[in-house]
Design a protein around this ligand. Structure first.
Ligand code: MN
Length: 232
């Protein structure tokens, strides 16, 4: 069979300490998974069921270890925000995954940024409309090299942080997630069959804020890695 147009390249994320890459199938994101961030977004952080939104796979901006990636300031926003997050990479297919079996489906972890056009997200939210224009735009998912879980283990605590131009902006701890990674996988897999190549951005701690052209953002998850991007 031949294609009538050239197929798009497969989005992929580098693997730390390896020349290999992880091909991306889908990107799922968890909304409001840290209580302090839920409050700063004007929401009540009670433990209601987690909710999810998606980004297209080609929204990833892979950032190679030790490098700083350029990310273009997106159009149609005046309030472009950073959200630093632990990202989970799925390596094993499954649906209706039990919490205590969820870690078996994890291939690895990375630090990522859920970049957000906050003004659009809020306008859409307030009208009860879908969030894609605020969340699913081009280059909205920078991600560092993946660390295989065989090397990192399955982190349940550890600092999550982000600096802008060297100033600390976001600081939290994985232990403060409202829904743990296994709980998130269990819940998400009730609605979607998870498959190798899926990424899950697990939510951001408090301290999100606007960025402008020329800003350098550095984010990290303790024990997993760091990434840096420059807004151009
Ligand atoms: Mn987020």
């Amino acid at each position: 069979m031949s294609y009538v147009i050239p197929p798009a390249p497969i989005p992929a994320v580098p693997v730390a300490g390896s020349a290999d890459s992880f091909p991306v199938r889908r990107i799922y994101c968890v909304g409001r998974n840290y209580a302090a961030h839920a409050r700063e977004m004007g929401s009540d952080p009670t433990r209601e069921a987690p909710f999810f939104f998606c980004k297209p796979a080609d929204a990833v901006v892979p950032v190679a270890p030790g490098s700083t990636a350029d990310v273009a300031y997106p159009p149609e926003t005046a309030n472009y925000h950073h959200e630093v997050e632990l990202v989970v990479a799925i390596g094993k297919r499954g649906r209706n995954i039990a919490v205590d079996a969820a870690n078996e489906h994890v291939w690895g972890y990375a630090v990522g940024l859920d970049m957000t056009r906050r003004d659009l997200q809020f306008a859409l939210r307030d009208k009860g409309r879908p969030w894609e224009l605020g969340k699913a735009f081009d280059q909205s998912a920078p991600i560092a090299a993946l660390v295989p879980a065989s090397r990192s283990g399955h982190p349940t605590r550890g600092r999550v942080w982000l600096t802008a131009n060297g100033k600390m902006k976001q600081e939290g701890d994985l232990a403060d997630m409202i829904w743990t990674v296994p709980e998130t996988i269990a819940h998400l897999s009730k609605y979607f069959e998870l498959a190798p190549g899926d990424l899950i951005y697990t939510g951001t701690p408090e301290g999100v804020g606007p960025v402008v052209r020329g800003d350098t953002l550095t984010g990290g998850v303790e024990g997993i890695g760091e990434l840096s991007i420059c807004i151009v």
